[in-house]
Design a protein around this ligand. Sequence first.
Ligand code: ASP
Length: 331
Amino acid sequence: MISMTRRRALALATALAAPALLPGTARAQANYPNRPVTIIVPFAAGGPTDVVSRLVAEVMARDLGQPVVVENVGGAGGTLGAQRVAQARPDGHTLLIHHIGMGTTPSLYRRLAYDPVNGFEAAGLITEVPMTIIAKKDFPANNLAELVQVMRQRKLEVNLANAGVGAASHICGLLLQAAVQTQVTTVPYRGTGPAMTDLIGGTVDLLCDQTTNTTQQITSGAVKAFAVTTSARNSALPNLPTASEAGLPGFEVSVWHGLYAPKGTDAAIVNRLSRALQVALRDERLIARFAELGTTPVSQEQATPEAHRRYWQADIAKWRPIIQAAGQYAD
Ligand code: ASP
């Protein structure tokens, strides 16, 4: 038989009633997350977006008290994975880590099965990663000036790998061809992880990719590097000149990453995610690993929904006129 005093019965009744009295957002946060969280990476495993996402997911899982699983949904320049998240239930259990493609896709793709601007809630920026211009080991150029010459002479005979239209490698490749004033053959992959495998194997010639995928391969000599695409040299690759130093003045491109939830996700959940992201970005092991890969986490203020939204909107506005003027669309 179950019996209880009047005081206990009253306390139990109050406890049971409490969740119903909480405002909707507080209730959403109190129950969140109640099962494993999935982060969709819209590129293949082993590439730079994947590497960053797995490092972040590991620490976020500890803070959220639930497993955070990374799932790779590559293809179509990152739009397949982004679509999956835009169409997911907005309960904070399906998230997206994407990159600069969130700024370029709204202009590059005129027809998409999801809304690339209003389909997401921004939860926080993660990092801004330099790129490097690299080639297969036996490519017949030993510096950027020689690369420019070979690209101009051999044109379409030269293969440049990328991760599809709208990917960072695609944009960097377009800028490179414009700067060199020539056109080469582009070879799309589902991400630059597999593109790197083929570059090391020698089946493609060139790649422009984030240091988070290239630092180790450059340092070990598995690939040849010509330049880093930021205004200053990178401390993980101190001997590599900037593109400006090496002969392409003003050639600069870096790749920002952010964390997103589907549109309509409760603000309390988005804020909870932002706090978990902030914990990840001040984790010493993560910071050290980022440094080895040539990058740094953004500040805690930038890892917030407001700062991320502002940055993202500004990036969409920055790319729109450039893409329209180039007339380069994905469809
Ligand atoms: N770095 C890739 C890009 O070119 C994507 C990736 O595999 O992370 O956008």
